[in-house]
Design a protein around this ligand. Structure first.
Ligand code: PAF
Length: 273
């Protein structure tokens, strides 16, 4: 597997490599990322993984500083999962400091966009650069970051990138907790507690699917989460393409939530079934 640190190394390495898959990550690879890399390795001739903790998508420096950095392990895992190239650049390699940036579209409004102002502008700025650098045929993202998926589809459509977005379902621990690099920051007690988020969300989603008014289902969900020790940032039924909230969820809607537990921010989303 090639390890590239510079744009020039990437350009040289990917020349003439056939159908190409790109898996953008911020490292700290877990089984969720591995499922994206494996899907790309199965579907594409050449899979590139990027490992870059992108400073422009963090509002808060302490969150950026706390983000786990496990480069050597990440490289090993990426290679095992079938990647042919890992790109792990410095911030200086990716940002020249001119301040030119890309702005996220309407799918960034509300929910994560409201809780983390500027976050999606940072995401699309780096993802647009990676798309331009790699020009992949397919790009792989995890559905756990539902709003990010919608924002990136809009980026692809609006900027005319000829890239197929492949969205891979969330992987969960046996307890139901969605895999996330942030889980490493949960204490063992909080980690056990965190799995309640998924189960409460599934119950609310199924109540709404069974005809309970959305507002009632959300009020009950919020109350149960607060009782279980979560601080609820938002819960909402959404259209996964536009990220508009809906009072009348149907089988294509998702229930999305963001909560805090023990100082760790967790997000998740589940289908309305
Ligand atoms: O989902 C992530 O890990 C990041 O937001 C991404 C897409 C790699 C951009 O930095």
């Amino acid at each position: 597997m090639i390890i590239a640190r510079t744009l020039a190394e990437v350009r040289q390495a990917i020349q003439g490599k056939g159908a190409a898959g790109l898996v953008p990550t911020m490292g700290a690879l877990h089984e969720g990322h591995i499922s994206l890399i494996s899907a790309s390795a199965q579907e594409c001739d050449f899979t590139s993984v990027t490992v870059f903790v992108n400073p422009t998508q963090f509002g808060d420096n302490s969150d950026f500083d706390l983000y786990p950095r496990t480069e050597a392990e990440d490289f090993e895992k990426a290679e095992k999962a079938g990647a042919q190239l890992v790109f792990a650049p410095s911030a200086a390699e990716m940002y020249s400091g001119t301040g030119v940036s890309v702005r996220a579209g309407s799918a960034a409004n509300g929910l994560e966009g409201a809780s983390r102002p500027g976050h999606f502008d940072g995401v699309v700025s780096i993802v647009a650069k990676l798309f331009t650098l790699f020009y992949p045929d397919r790009a792989y993202f995890g559905l756990k970051d539902l709003q990010q998926c919608a924002v990136i589809q809009q980026l692809i459509d609006e900027q005319l990138f000829p890239i197929e977005l492949r969205l891979i379902e969330t992987l969960r621990e046996y307890s139901g907790l969605a895999l996330s690099s942030r889980n490493e920051r949960l204490s063992p007690t909080d980690k056990a507690q965190a799995s309640k988020l998924y189960h409460e969300m599934m119950e609310a989603a199924s109540a709404a699917a069974g005809g309970q008014p959305a507002g009632q289902a959300l009020n009950r969900l919020n109350a149960r989460l607060e009782t279980a020790g979560f601080q609820v940032e938002y819960t909402a039924f959404v259209d996964p393409k536009t990220m508009a909230t809906t009072e009348t969820p149907h089988r294509l809607s998702r229930l999305a939530a963001a909560v805090q537990l023990g100082g760790v921010r967790l997000i998740d989303n589940v289908p309305v079934i």
